[in-house]
Write a protein that binds this ligand. Structure first.
Ligand SMILES: C[S@@+](CC[C@H](N)C(=O)[O-])C[C@H]1O[C@@H](n2cnc3c(N)ncnc32)[C@H](O)[C@@H]1O
Length: 266
């Protein structure tokens, strides 16, 4: 195994470790099921009754289930079996039958070219070491005229704030690679020959103690994580608008939904 293959294997092991441990907490986290955020995504992707939709790195299937309510067929793919188990549970609870779950890798999607009308990915690009390769795979399986949607939190345009934000996130979840600034995400689309995406902004509110207690930080460094969040209030060091309120720290993840239409006949 070459050293770059070994690094990739160790990153995938980190993903499996984090998301197997996080699966239950993640699936039940109310902010991930926030109806306004899901409505923003569904409106941007605009699924119709004849559409086939694919959500990659689907986790507990929240986006896939939301799409299934409007589309003919909705497929969720993830690397982590524990996440897919949560997805099956949530789909059964939601009573949606037109969903399918696949275990797989975003870099080698187990689908033919051009077989989905909509391909989405939420809150996962920051876990990808090769985001351009993941976007290329999304575009490959999307029909010409179909929609490609990427949703993620973004790092500040100020490199010092972006670095502090990523340092905290890497401690909080060691399977993070990097949150990228909006310009970097937009550049990925341009490099793949995709039209510049429409951009919709939103915020995911967060609170220090919930962030700390729902995480599995590197070396179990809960105190270090708590301190980093607290210290970021001074000068808004992470670009998350952190502020003291009611004995805790409130902050928010600045996030975007990017939608591009794959060139070619509709
Ligand atoms: C933060 S969760 C997001 C889950 C979901 N998209 C959501 O919005 O709720 C990230 C997910 O990415 C998955 N993942 C990370 N790298 C992956 C890869 N290379 N292939 C497939 N899934 C991957 C993880 O297993 C995890 O479920």
């Amino acid at each position: 195994m070459s050293s770059s293959e070994a690094l990739q294997a160790s990153h995938q092991a980190n993903i499996q470790d984090q998301f197997s441990r996080q699966a239950e907490i993640f699936a039940d986290a109310p902010e991930l099921h926030n109806e306004d955020v899901l409505a923003l995504l569904v409106n941007a992707a605009d699924p119709g009754p004849t559409d086939a939709a694919l959500d990659i790195a689907c986790g507990p299937g929240t986006v896939c289930i939301a799409m299934a309510r409007h589309a003919r067929r909705s497929v969720g793919l993830d690397a982590t079996e524990a996440m897919l188990a949560q997805a099956r549970r949530l789909a059964a609870e939601a009573g949606v039958a037109n969903v399918e779950w696949r275990q797989g890798d975003v870099y080698a999607l187990p689908f033919e070219d051009a077989c989905f009308d909509i391909v989405t990915c939420r809150f996962a690009f920051h876990h990808f070491e090769r985001p351009a390769d993941a976007l290329r795979e999304m575009a490959r399986v999307c029909v010409p005229g179909g929609r490609i949607l990427v949703c993620d939190a973004v790092a500040s345009d100020d490199p010092r704030k972006a670095e502090a934000f990523n340092r905290m996130e890497l401690l909080r979840d060691p399977s993070t690679v990097a949150f990228r600034p909006l310009a970097t995400l937009l550049d990925l689309f341009a490099r793949e020959g995709l039209p510049q995406p429409e951009v919709r902004f939103f915020q995911i509110p967060a609170e220090r103690e919930k962030m700390v207690t729902r995480s599995f930080p590197a070396d179990d460094d809960y105190d270090g994580l708590r301190a980093m969040i607290t210290d970021s209030v001074a000068g808004d060091a992470m670009g998350m608008g952190a502020r003291f309120e009611d004995g805790t720290v409130l902050l928010a993840y600045p996030s975007v939904v990017l939608v591009s239409v794959k060139p070619g006949a509709a």
